[in-house]
Structures are given as C-alpha cells and as structure tokens.
Design a protein around this ligand. Structure first.
Ligand code: HEC
Length: 239
C-alpha cells in the first residue's frame, strides 16, 4: 500500500511540475534568478540606521530595472564590458566615497545629450530621487548594505508610497520604451490592468502561475507588498 502511495505522490508531483512548466514558461533575463524572499521583513529584523542607504533594497533594484536587462548590462549582454546585476559588478563602476568621480554616477547625471548618458535613449532618465540615492550610497562608501527600509503597511498613497516602489523595482523593464512580457507599469491606468488580472501581486509574491518579479536583484519586501495589497483592497485609487 505504501508503495502505491509513493507512486501516486511521485506521479502527482511530476504532473504539477509539468503544469508549472507549461503555464509560467518564464523568459528569465540572463543574470540569475533571485531566491525566494524570506518570511521576515528586513525592515523589522534589520532596519537601516537613519540616513543610511540600503544597497540591496534601494540601489540594486534601480540598477536592475534601469540597466541590468537584456541587450544592455545583464551578464549575457555586458555592453562595453559593464554588467550591473549584483553588488560585485556594480561596485566595479564606482569610486567609494567619491560619486563625482564615479563613472556610474557621471553617466546618469551628465547632459542627456551626451552620448555616454545612461540609460540610453529612448529609455527614461532616472529621477532625481534615484540619482540622489545612488550619489549618497557611493559617498557613504559604496558598501553592500542590506538593511531594510522602514515601511508602514498602512501608508498606501499611490503617488507617495505605491508608485515609487514600482518606479524603483519595475518600470525600467515595464515602461513605455520597454514593455517586457507585454506589461507596462508606467502610469496609474497601465498599472490597473496588472492589478485587475492579479498578476501584479502574484508575480511579486512569486506565486507559481506567474513569472517571479523582479526576475533578479532583490525581492520586494513583505511590508511593501502589504502596502500594495492594502492599496488594492481600498480600490487602487489614484491618490
Ligand atoms: C530586469 C527586467 C524586469 C524587471 C526589473 C521586472 N520585470 Fe516583470 N517581466 C520581465 C520579463 C522579461 C517578463 C516576461 C516574463 C515571462 O513572460 O516569462 C515580465 C513579466 C511580468 C509580468 C507578467 C507575469 C505573468 O506571469 O503574467 C508582471 C505582472 C510583471 N512582470 C510585473 C513586474 C513587477 C511588479 C516588477 C517590479 C516589482 C517587475 N515586473 C520587474 C522583466 C522584468
């Protein structure tokens, strides 16, 4: 009897794997997939001291979304030898303590008409909040800090709380110039489409029927996912 149960379990598992393979079939950008997020939220277990920039939860998501995708600076493409998908590869492009003399910072802040300006057109330039964070991280020593950003799950303003998360983590690959997977997250109206079909939360929670998002870099912390879920529960307003 035990023998049969084992066989049944093995067959069920195979069937599940088969279904999962067929329904997700993810095109994971080269550079590696991130591990499943831990249950604990880094904002609770290891919060950032006041003013300290978190490489893992602030800088890496921006770099992966704005630069580390295919055809640019993922491992497979490495344009001009530059890879921007993890701490080691990003650290190579900066001078710790001196943002002004760091190629990475110069390329994102110089005159947009300059041919070295990044991200290359037609991609949108980084916002000043994003370039300021990158500057501060370099000037703080460009360390591999992995503290969590303090976060309150009940703060759910679209413009103040929700959109900034998607801008840092997602819009580089899901904007007007690059709609990976046919998904655009660059405005409230566009985001609603992914809210309504359940894929926005499903992909971030790494549910089996969705491609896990972001595909590399750092996961979105559970508190930030909770903010997005609470905003959706309130009707996903454009507030
Ligand atoms: C480095 C580029 C990149 C980043 C960053 C990224 N995505 Fe994606 N995304 C993709 C690609 C490529 C696909 C298509 C994957 C596939 O079809 O297997 C995709 C697919 C999706 C889908 C459709 C998933 C499905 O199974 O239907 C959703 C929703 C999505 N992304 C949301 C997000 C969100 C939310 C973020 C930020 C938290 C994000 N993505 C960050 C590249 C990216």
């Amino acid at each position: 009897m035990k023998f049969h149960v084992h066989h049944f379990a093995a067959a069920a598992l195979l069937l599940l794997l088969f279904i999962a393979a067929c329904t997700t079939d993810p095109i994971i950008p080269a550079g590696g997939i991130i591990e499943d997020p831990p249950v604990e939220d880094p904002a609770e277990t290891n919060p950032c001291p006041e003013g300290v920039v978190s490489f893992q939860f602030e800088i890496l998501p921006i770099m992966v979304s704005a630069c580390g995708y295919s055809a640019c600076h993922d491992r497979a493409s490495h344009r001009e030898g530059v890879i921007l998908v993890d701490y080691e590869s990003i650290r190579r492009e900066v001078r710790p303590g001196d943002a002004g003399r760091s190629d990475l910072y110069k390329s994102i802040t110089e005159d947009p008409n300059d041919e070295d300006f990044m991200p290359e057109r037609p991609a949108a330039p980084l916002t000043s909040e994003q370039t300021d964070l990158i500057r501060d991280w370099i000037n703080q020593g460009a360390e591999n800090t992995d503290c969590g950003i303090p976060c309150d799950p009940t703060q759910t303003s679209f413009s103040e709380d929700i959109f900034p998360i998607l801008k840092d983590y997602c819009v580089g690959c899901h904007g007007n110039n690059r709609e990976d997977g046919g998904v655009n997250l660059s405005s409230h109206a566009e985001i609603l489409a992914s809210v309504n079909n359940g894929s926005l939360i499903g992909a971030m929670k790494r549910e089996i029927s969705f491609a896990p998002m972001p595909p590399l870099g750092s996961f979105v912390s559970s508190c930030r996912i909770a903010q997005i879920e609470n905003w959706i529960a309130a009707g996903a307003p454009n507030n």
